[in-house]
Design a protein around this ligand. Structure first.
Ligand SMILES: NC(=O)C1=CN([C@@H]2O[C@H](COP(=O)(O)OP(=O)(O)OC[C@H]3O[C@@H](n4cnc5c(N)ncnc54)[C@H](O)[C@@H]3O)[C@@H](O)[C@H]2O)C=CC1
Ligand SMILES: Cc1ncc(C(=O)O)c(C(=O)O)c1O
Length: 310
């Protein structure tokens, strides 16, 4: 199976439009649904921008793809062969949305959740047919980051997982998560990195700017070419043993939310969405930064696609 003929994406905020644009690029008829007409209006321009980025990337266009914007969930779900849930990360809401999706599609339809890390089994608990729920964790921006985690729950049908892996492999690179731990793989690693970086800022060890430079041009650059497991072999497991022996006990073991993030959040300094967060943003700077980020991701992705996997 390449990508399904008809897909429904439920939730059209940060993630939905890029997911829809990529599926349509690969030939799917995608219905993008939201409860907010404003979100759907924004989604149209987001899908256009995502399609433009895929043009820059040189992603081939498979004929027959389209995205429609549906305020009516039933219309979006009618005839869908794949449903991707991308509503806010709140398990109660997700369970309610999954129940509504279930009632509208056949028992053979794959229902995938884009949760950042809620165990699939926890979300499936309220479903009549939990065997068709699978985790399909895209990373932001979803039309450019080609790795998608596939996570099965305790009751996910193996055939559903296999079908989802096939869809992901048609779109990019799969990472199969064998045990549904919270955060799966990508976000556990990302949040460990972010926890340590935030701790370093809170301790005054380095500034946000210098931490970003250090991580981006040090480990970020390196890990884009060499995965951490391969890097262990390159550095030598003896070196890792020597360093981790004294370093691991000293790393941040913060079990709560970073005090710095808590302070900023309480001040409604949420980042780009409020034009102030870890960094302040002058007027127009957020749009410029977002454009720089997208341009950088396209450029790096093109370069990486020219090297053989290490
Ligand atoms: N933002 C990110 O960087 C990433 C988010 N995710 C996950 O993807 C999911 C969606 O995240 P975002 O797109 O960032 O959220 P968002 O808050 O930007 O968008 C969610 C959209 O869902 C809509 N919505 C709420 N209730 C709905 C319902 N009953 N039916 C249809 N639409 C409904 C909202 O109106 C909103 O437009 C979450 O589970 C999140 O953890 C995954 C990877 C990255
Ligand atoms: C801060 C943060 N949290 C979650 C995710 C995710 O993948 O779910 C991301 C991301 O980059 O996609 C993220 O940046």
């Amino acid at each position: 199976m390449n990508v399904p003929g008809i897909c429904a994406v439920i939730g059209s905020g940060t993630m939905g439009p890029g997911i829809a644009a990529l599926l349509a690029r690969h030939g799917s008829e995608v219905r993008l649904n939201d409860i907010s007409q404003e979100a759907l209006d924004r989604a149209e321009s987001a899908c256009t921008a995502a399609s433009g980025a895929l043009d820059q990337l040189g992603t081939p266009v498979t004929e027959g793809g389209s995205v429609s914007f549906e305020l009516d969930a039933a219309a979006a779900l009618d005839g869908a062969e794949l449903v991707i849930e991308a509503v806010p990360e709140e398990i109660g809401l997700k369970r309610r949305v999954l129940e509504r999706i279930e009632a509208a599609v056949g028992t053979g339809v794959v229902i995938a959740t884009n949760t950042s890390g809620i165990p699939i089994s926890d979300m499936a608990a309220a479903m009549a047919h939990p065997q068709r729920l699978v985790g399909m964790h895209w990373s932001n921006p979803p039309h450019l980051i080609p790795m998608i985690e596939v996570i099965r729950g305790e009751r996910t049908d193996p055939a559903v997982e296999t079908a989802t892996v096939a869809i992901v492999e048609a779109l990019g690179y799969k990472a199969v998560v064998e045990k549904e731990v919270p955060g799966f793989v990508e976000n556990r690693v990302l949040y460990a990195i972010m926890r340590e970086c935030l701790s370093l800022v809170e301790q005054g060890v380095a500034s946000q700017e210098d931490i970003d430079t250090c991580v981006k041009w040090g480990i970020g650059y390196k890990l884009a070419v060499i995965g951490p497991m391969r890097l262990l072999d390159m550095a030598g497991l003896d070196i890792y043993s020597s360093v981790s022996g004294y370093l691991n006990p000293d790393l941040s073991d913060e079990k709560g939310i970073s005090p710095l993030v808590t302070k900023l959040t309480e001040q409604n300094r949420l980042g780009m969405k409020t034009e102030d967060g870890m960094y302040p943003y002058a007027e127009g700077e957020v749009a410029a930064k977002r454009a720089d980020i997208l341009r950088g991701l396209v450029t790096v992705r093109k370069a990486l696609s020219e090297i053989t996997p290490v």
